[in-house]
Design a protein around this ligand. Sequence first.
Ligand code: ATP
Ligand code: MG
Length: 648
Amino acid sequence: MATETMIRTAPDARVPHVNAQQYKAQYEASISDPDAFWAAQGKRLDWIKPFTTVQNVDFKLGQVSIKWFEDGVLNVSANCIDRHLATRGDQTAIIWEPDDPNDAALHITYKDLHRSVCKMANILEELGVRKGDRVVIYLPMIPEAAYAMLACARIGAIHSIVFAGFSPDALGARINGCDAKVVITADEAPRGGRKTALKSNTDAALLHCSDKVKCLVVKRTGGQTTWTDRDYDYNEMALEADDHCAPAEMNAEDPLFILYTSGSTGQPKGVVHTSGGYLTYAAMTHEMVFDYHEGDVFWCTADVGWVTGHSYIVYGPLANGATTIMFEGVPTYPDAGRFWAVCEKYRVNQFYTAPTAIRALMAAGNDPVERYDLSDLRVLGTVGEPINPEAWHWYNDVVGKGKCPIVDTWWQTETGGHLLTPLPGATELKPGSAQQPFFGIVPKVLDPQTGEEITTTEAEGVLVLASSWPGQMRTVWGDHDRFEKTYFSDYEGYYFTGDGCRRDADGDYWITGRVDDVINVSGHRMGTAEVESALVAHAKVAEAAVVGYPHDIKGQGIYAYVTLMNGETPSPELRKELETWVRTEIGPIAKPDLIQWAPGLPKTRSGKIMRRILRKIAEDDFGSLGDTSTLADPSVVDDLIENRMNRE
Ligand code: ATP
Ligand code: MG
C-alpha cells in the first residue's frame, strides 16, 4: 500500500536528522572510510584524554581482539551527567513512573541525578568497591537502579544487572560468575500489583556465595526483611554520604558492564561491553534511530535488566541529555491502557517496546488505546523478535494513527545497539522488515552450508557482519575462548549473529529467525517467522510459535503452537481452517502438520518465545528441556507437555 511504503517523517515541523539521500551518502562514507567516520562520532563524547587511534580489530579465530578509541580516557557517568549540568542542570533527566498509578511519580533533574549518583558512588567506595571490581545489581525499575549503574561507571566498577524477576539460583550463579564484591538489592519489587521479595531472594542466593560479598539494601516498599551482618542500609548511608565524587579516569577499553544474554537458545553468556565505544554507539543510535531532538520525552519500556534498558533507558538517552522514562510496572496493570496513559501523561515523543507487548495489547482491542491522547507520539519502535506484519499494522494504525515512522530495530545484547533498522525520514517502511544497515554496519548473507557469501541482491541464508562497530561486545566474561568459538568459528573472518535472514530485491533485510530454528521441509528451508506471521494474521489467532519435528516422509514436519484471541475456542474445524489459511497465505509447503492449542507459550523473562523448549516437546523428547532458569512462567510448559500432539 502506498501509505506504508512512503518515506515517513515524524508528524511535526522538525527536520529529521537524515533524509534518504543523506542516509545513503553518509552510509557510504561510513563504509569507505570507517576510521574517519567513527573518529568524528567519537567526538560526541567528552574525553579527558582524546583518542588518537580509532579501531584495532581482528576477527581471526584464535586471535580475536576488538578495540575502539583504545588510548582515549573518559568517564561514562561524567558523559551522562556532569557535562549537562551547566546547560540543563534543572531539566528532568529521569521521569520515574511507579507500578501503581496512584503513587507519586518522580521527576529527577540532571542536578538531582548528579547528587544521587555521587552519593551511591561514595557508598560503594565505603563498602570497599574499587576500579575494576564487580557489582551485581538486582533491583526493581526504580531510580536507584540507574544511580547504581552510573555510580559504578563513576568509580570504574563493572556492573552486572540481574533482572529482578530471576530466581535466587540464577542470581547466585551470576554473583559467583563475576566474583562480585557487592550486590545491590531492594526489600521488595512491586510489579503488576504483586510484590517480589528481592531481599529474601538475595539472602537465598548468597547462601551459595562467599561470605565476603556485601549486600546493599534499598528501601522500596518498607516491607519486612531479615537483616544479616553483611547487609548495609542504603537509605541510612545516603543521608551521610558526600554528594560529590570525582569521576574516575577510565580507559576507553575498560569494561563498563557485564550482561547475560536472555537465554533463548541455551546457556546465557556473560557479554562484556567497554566504555568509549559502547557509549558512542548507544548515544548515536539513540539520536539517529529515534530521530531524537533536544527537548523530546523518550520512553523505552524495557527493563534495565536487559541490554535494551542499558542502551536506551540509561546510557544512550542520558549521554544525549534527554528526558528518559523509567517505568516500574507492566503493560496490563491496572489495565491494558497503562502504556497509553503514561504516553499521554508525559506527552511522550518516542515510544519503544517489544512485539510480545504489542501482541498482548492488540488482543485486548482498540478501546484501551483510544481512550488516550497520543498526539505527541512521533516515532514508534520495536525490538526483541521479528514483528509479525499483523502486529505491525495494529501498532501503526491504532497507536501511531498511520503517522509515526515505526523503527523495527534488529540487534543483540552482543551488539550494544541497533544494527539493522529503518530511519525516520529516510526509509520506506516495510512491515516486518528490519530493512537497512545502520551507519558503519556491513551485513552479509552467507550460504549456511558452504559459508560462501551470496552476492546477489536477493539472498537468503545466515546473517553475519563483516566488520566491527564501536558498540560490539569485546569478550565473554572470563571465557574469551567461548567468545571466539561462539561468534567467530562458524564463518571465517565474520561475526556470526546466529540469525537467519532474507534480503529482498530492494536490498532490505528480513530476519527469518534463529538459525537453530530453521525448518527443513522436504528440502525447503523455512524460517519460523514467516509461518508464525501467517498464523497471527488470522483474525482468531493472538500468537503462534512454529518448530520442526522429525517426519518420516518430509524429513521435518511443521508443528505449530497457537494461542487464540480472548474469547475464541479451539475446535477441529478451526484447526482445519488454520491449515488452509497458511496454505493459501504462503503455499502448500508451509501447511502445519500438527497444530496444538496453547493457552500460553514458554517465554524468556524479556518476553521472547523459547522455541528450543517447544522443539523438544514437538520431538516428544521433553525429558531434557535444558536450562529453563530464564523462563518467565515454567507452568506453561507442563500444560504443553500434557497436551502434546506428537505422541508415539
Ligand atoms: P541467547 O543469545 O542467550 O539465546 P537472545 O538471543 O534472546 O538469547 P538477546 O540478545 O536479548 O538474547 O536477543 C537478540 C536476538 O533477538 C537476535 O539475535 C534476534 O534473534 C532477536 N531480535 C532482536 N530484535 C529483533 C528484530 N527487530 N527483528 C527480529 N529479531 C530480533
Ligand atoms: Mg542471542
